[in-house]
Ligand binder design. Structure first.
Ligand code: NAP
Length: 266
């Protein structure tokens, strides 16, 4: 019998790379995508040496509006039937909102929002034909937190993605398709350096920093089990619970120690 095939965006580092390992361990063939071709081909080489599954890749910059179609066409040309779509690629913009070019905000919304919708729109049609599928959307604890003073569009776009995932479940669960919004808290990856907030990450207490491997394990289990929302690790489950029941006006009081920089007035 042929292996199931998973497509993962942002698979060359951090959470996406660990999700790729978890799925390869479970016998999924993989189609990996990211922007940097050297990093991506090294990833394919390393994973292929470790796991007896087929691993292919397609270089794609999700800032480009044509990227989702090109990724889909690549899968069709190789006859890959994607049974799990992992929308993971992402970054944040650290500069203050008033100093950021509108083009940079549009690029950001394209990678974290529009490309997720576009890829889902393309692959969900194939999933409907094959009778089902799994979608993972890597969101964030920021989806539940009050908007912060840094990366001010990051939380809102992740909240939007959680609602989008919820809407997918309402519309497609009865057709065998489930969507899981994975909401990690602070995870040790390249994200903070790439997004210009490594200094803030360095000041986060150790117990709040989780490994990408642990986050990915919980994310993959939840997605395979068709869970609607997954908040990896007990620490962040508790934080999300508190975010849901306590007045948000209280959070800036705790955040100086627990989430440095998030609520400082610039
Ligand atoms: N780390 C955290 O604390 C944390 C917490 C909550 C949620 N998240 C979410 O987790 C997801 C993964 O982040 P991570 O922490 O694993 O970060 P990471 O280590 O920086 O990995 C990001 C991945 O996304 C890809 N990517 C970035 N921009 C892209 C673009 N324009 N086109 C295509 N691919 C692009 C990168 O590939 P290239 O290197 O080739 O650009 C890389 O493979 C993101 O959606 C992020 O918002 C992270």
């Amino acid at each position: 019998m042929k292996n199931k095939v998973a497509l993962i965006t942002g698979a060359s580092s951090g959470i996406g790379l660990e999700i790729a390992k978890c799925l390869a361990k479970r016998g999924f063939d993989l189609v990996l995508t990211a922007r940097n071709s050297d990093k991506l081909s090294k990833t394919v080489k390393n994973l292929s040496a470790k796991f007896p599954v087929s691993i292919d890749s397609v270089v794609s910059d999700l800032h480009d509006s044509k990227a989702p179609n090109e990724i889909h066409q690549f899968c069709i040309s190789k006859q890959y039937k994607i049974s799990m779509l992992v929308n993971n690629a992402g970054y944040a913009i650290a500069s203050p909102f008033d100093e950021t070019a509108m083009e940079a905000e549009e690029d950001f919304i394209r990678v974290l929002g529009i490309s997720v919708i576009a890829l889902t729109k393309l692959f969900i049609k194939d999933m409907l034909v094959s009778g089902g599928g799994k979608i993972m959307i890597v969101s964030s604890v920021a989806a539940f937190a009050p908007p912060s003073s840094i990366q001010i569009l990051y939380g809102p776009i992740k909240t939007f993605m959680n609602r989008f995932s919820e809407a997918l479940n309402i519309n497609y669960n009865h057709k065998g398709i489930t969507s899981t919004a994975v909401c990690p808290g602070y995870t040790v990856t390249n994200f903070h350096t790439a997004s210009g907030v490594q200094k803030e990450m360095d000041s986060v207490p150790r117990f709040m920093k989780k490994s990408a491997q642990r986050v990915a394990e919980e994310a993959v289990e939840a997605t395979l089990n068709g869970k609607k929302v997954c908040v990896p690790t007990k620490t962040f489950k508790l934080i999300v619970f508190l975010l849901k029941i306590l007045p948000h006006s209280l959070f800036p009081l705790f955040s100086k120690k627990l989430a440095p920089g998030r609520y400082d007035k610039k």
